[in-house]
Design a protein around this ligand. Structure first.
Ligand code: NAD
Length: 312
């Protein structure tokens, strides 16, 4: 199997490294507009494999022809946030980068699954879906796995209990309007609401919503990449190993949750068929209101991007 990671920046290089560490595929191609960066990081990673004792071959390129017949394409190219920026501030530049990269990549890999990481995530997933012409079960945005990982980390910090035992779900857009769901969160099967006070849980939800900017403010020069790169690889693994994982992913909705023509984070079953099923949770009125609000925000940004890209 062969995976191409477009964008050899922080997230892309981390994803390539995790793919190799887990030895999920034989070949990983790192593609970047800067050929030197792609080739340099790929060679450095290739030279890591003898130390790890794994056999993944990692190559760098700026030529899409070399990525031909990839099984999965992980799209990470684009600008990252700096302090003071929202993800939506990236839409103008990243919409044209995603549109250009995806149309070139699918020309050479028409059967690939696309895993989108570039921000603003929900809008870029929509752009990739439209530009690629692929069916919706093959174009999948990564955000919910990262957002739940942040939320789960904070629950573990609060309780001191193992991260392995924390299970949660999350809906909505990747941004301030995301909808973490305490009602669907358990620690070792115990509802989190039995373990953490409402006040503390509200604070954890707020911190998870602001998890991206917390790291941007520390780094000053870019945004998070270890957890995002690792999250994208978890999606690759679910597809490659046909794991049937239930994971929060961003997909085009066609009536689910009452929404159409919008890409939004929802729980899906991820396996060798890509998104094999979208799971519709039975939401209460408060949860549905938060999801409606999130959908409205994402839809508006998608409409702006469509006008900009002259897309119908
Ligand atoms: P980065 O600046 O480190 O890397 C971006 C890379 O993209 C650079 O190497 C750049 O040369 C390359 N690039 C730019 N235009 C290109 C083009 N037309 N073709 C090929 N390569 C091109 O940024 P990063 O930290 O790796 O973040 C990448 C993207 O991922 C950003 O948009 C960021 O906001 C997003 N991100 C999303 C999530 C998420 O949860 N979905 C999390 C973290 C980061």
């Amino acid at each position: 199997m062969k995976i191409t990671v477009i964008g050899a920046g922080n997230v892309g290089a981390c994803a390539a490294q995790m793919l190799a560490v887990k030895e999920l595929v034989n070949e990983v191609w790192l593609l970047d507009v800067s050929e030197g960066v792609a080739k340099g990081k790929a060679l450095d990673l290739y030279e890591t494999m003898p130390i790890l004792g794994t056999d993944t071959r990692i190559y760098g390129t700026s030529d899409y022809a070399e990525t031909a017949n990839s099984d999965i394409i992980v799209m990470t190219a684009g600008l990252a946030r700096k302090p003071g920026m929202t993800r939506d501030d990236l839409v103008v530049k990243n919409a044209s980068i995603v549109s250009d990269c995806i149309s070139q990549a699918v020309k050479y890999s028409p059967n690939a699954y696309l895993i989108i990481v570039s921000n603003p995530l929900d809008v870029m997933t929509y752009v990739a879906l439209k530009v690629s012409g692929l069916p919706r079960h093959k174009v999948i945005g990564m955000a919910g796995i990262l957002d739940t990982a942040r939320y789960n980390s904070f629950i573990s910090m609060e309780t001191g209990y193992s991260m392995k035992d924390i299970q949660s779900q999350l809906l909505g857009g990747h941004g301030d309007t995301m909808v973490p769901l305490p009602r669907f969160t358990t620690v070792g099967g115990i509802p989190v609401t039995d373990l953490i006070s409402k006040e503390r849980l509200d604070a954890i939800v707020t911190r998870a919503k602001n998890g991206g900017i917390e790291i941007v403010n520390y780094l000053q020069t870019g945004s998070a990449y270890y957890a995002p790169g690792t999250a994208a690889v978890e999606m690759c693994e679910a597809i490659i190993k046909d794991q049937k994982r239930i994971l929060p992913c961003t997909v085009m909705l066609d009536g689910e949750y009452g929404f159409t023509d919008v890409c939004l984070g929802v729980p899906v079953v991820l396996g060798k068929g890509g998104v094999e099923k979208i799971i519709e949770l039975n939401l209460n009125a408060d949860e549905k209101a938060l999801l409606d609000d999130s959908q409205g925000h994402v839809k508006k940004t998608i409409e702006d991007a469509k006008v900009m890209l002259n897309m119908n």
